[in-house]
Ligand binder design. Structure first.
Ligand SMILES: [Zn+2]
Length: 481
């Protein structure tokens, strides 16, 4: 009996050559909120994340640090797990591409595709960016350099095994055009479609001769598999796939409902990855959703510019839920967002400490001072909290707009207090006082319900204070200069 399809989603499997940064946190927080939203709608969910641990870049970094590659990736994948704990990320699987179970499947897949002639022996000649671990075309370079790394790729020529891509181009194009593989936001779909219409996909070199830190090809042990080929399969092995028939292995998890990525890895995700799946006879992910970069002061964060915002620093200042709120409210997922510590502190104070925190404390205090039975106010059973509009925003990952809607209720409530002055009403017009208080309490209940997806702990604390009438500080105000 086939059980109901679980809503499955994945973050990128992060490259383990350095400790996690704010960009990793952002994607993972987005995934976590989406999983929680689906759960709230009654779906069972499965969130996958993990670390991509092979390749020349990792071997090089380990050598610099006087460590073995294994020691380095153990350390770094541990740092990722630690960060997900601090951010309260509720993931169901953390795959590491050095896991035995993963390696076994990668070799199985290589063997299978080799036998089918979908992988063949050839020669690779061309440009390779070690920063991206990607082969580059002249047309992708800016002034002869990789646009993401600012370095000129190296010319590489060596015997290599090739994966057939070219004969699948039309089928891929059709699947993206028909939205069988949805790429969102739409401008990224257009970008890929125009690439596939203009350029001819070339077969891809999927093995390297001189990279020892990788999975050996089962049919030629002198070569290791290209790190992206390895990493893509972790989206399957991370769900528990063992390389056989999907039925009975991961049939209720596959295809992925949401494959969340950053825009710098769109090209490989919209070409190599789906074609690998087609070769394997597997369904494509239902949706690839692409987010933008996180900038600071309008520039890419970098040590030399000195504009790096460390995720540890954010967590220390704002806590897990404050950090989640600030990342998601900073802009639309899909566009670049721009952060500065100063602006985030202001926003934290304005929205969380003053906006929401003050509202709750004012309402609870008024109830206490003027004997309003606040614990008796409850939302009506069956009342619709999630409007169609709100659901639409959540389903399409427009989290910033959904949050704005919630904060609209908070602002309106604070305004209601200022306009009606309940502390005066309590003395002059008890009937009206109670009416206003009931409305305010209902607004807070509603806010808590809506916030459950984003800030579950905050929502729980709001409800608790409304239930008990006890006061407590929701968000401590931050002192700014
Ligand atoms: Zn590069």
């Amino acid at each position: 009996m086939k059980s109901q399809k679980v809503f499955s989603l994945t973050t990128p499997i992060y490259y383990a050559n350095a400790k996690p940064h704010i960009g990793h946190a952002y994607t993972t927080v987005v995934a976590d909120v989406m999983a929680r939203w689906q759960k709230q709608k009654g779906r069972e969910t499965f969130l996958l994340t993990g670390t991509d641990e092979h390749g020349a870049k990792i071997a090089q970094k380990a050598e610099e640090l006087g460590k073995t590659p294994q020691e380095l990736v153990n350390e770094i994948s541990g740092q990722f797990k630690q960060l997900w704990n601090e951010l309260d990320i509720d993931y169901q699987s953390f795959i590491r591409t050095t896991d035995k179970k993963h390696i076994v499947v990668v070799q199985k897949v290589l063997e299978k595709l080799y036998e089918q002639g979908l992988i063949y022996k050839g020669e690779y000649k061309g440009l390779y960016c070690f920063g991206c671990e990607q082969f580059k075309k002249e047309t992708e370079l800016v002034d002869g350099k990789c646009p993401d790394h600012g370095v000129a790729p190296e010319f590489v020529r060596e015997e290599s095994y090739m994966l057939r891509l070219s004969d699948k181009q039309d089928e891929l194009l059709q699947k993206i055009e028909s939205d069988e593989l949805r790429i969102r936001p739409k401008r990224f779909r257009r970008e890929i479609l125009s690439f596939l219409e203009k350029e001819k996909l070339e077969d891809l070199s999927i093995s390297r001769k001189n990279v020892e830190w990788g999975i050996p090809l089962p049919f030629d042990k002198s070569q290791t598999v290209y790190v992206w080929f390895d990493a893509f399969l972790s989206y399957l092995t991370g769900l528990g796939w063992q390389g056989g028939n999907l039925e009975g292995e991961v049939s209720n998890l596959w295809p992925l409902d949401l494959n969340l990525i950053g825009k710098d890895i769109l090209r490989v995700h919209a070409t190599i990855w789906p074609i690998m799946l087609m070769h394997l006879g597997l369904e494509l992910p239902k949706q690839i959703f692409v987010h933008g970069h996180i900038l600071s002061e309008g520039k890419k964060m970098s040590k030399s510019v000195g504009n790096v915002i460390a995720i540890d620093e954010m967590l220390k200042e704002f806590g897990a839920e404050g950090t989640c709120y600030l990342l998601l409210s900073a802009g639309t997922i899909g566009e670049d967002i721009d952060l500065t510590m100063e602006r985030m502190m202001e926003k934290y104070n304005a929205d969380l400490a003053n906006g929401l925190g003050n509202l709750l404390s004012r309402v609870v205090t008024l109830a206490r001072n003027f004997q309003f039975p606040i614990s008796e106010v409850e939302l009506e059973k069956g009342e619709i909290i999630f409007t169609e509009d709100f659901e639409g925003l959540m389903d399409s990952l427009q989290f910033d707009r959904a949050l704005k809607k919630i904060w609209r209720i908070v602002q309106d409530s604070n305004k209601l207090i200022e306009e009606t002055k309940p502390w005066e009403l309590a003395k002059n017009d008890r009937g009206k006082f109670e009416k206003v208080m009931r409305e305010l309490a209902l607004h807070l209940h509603k806010t808590a319900e809506l916030l459950k997806t984003f800030l579950p702990e905050t929502a729980r604390r709001i409800k608790k204070q409304l239930k008990t009438g006890e006061r407590g500080i929701l968000f401590e105000k931050i002192k700014t200069n």
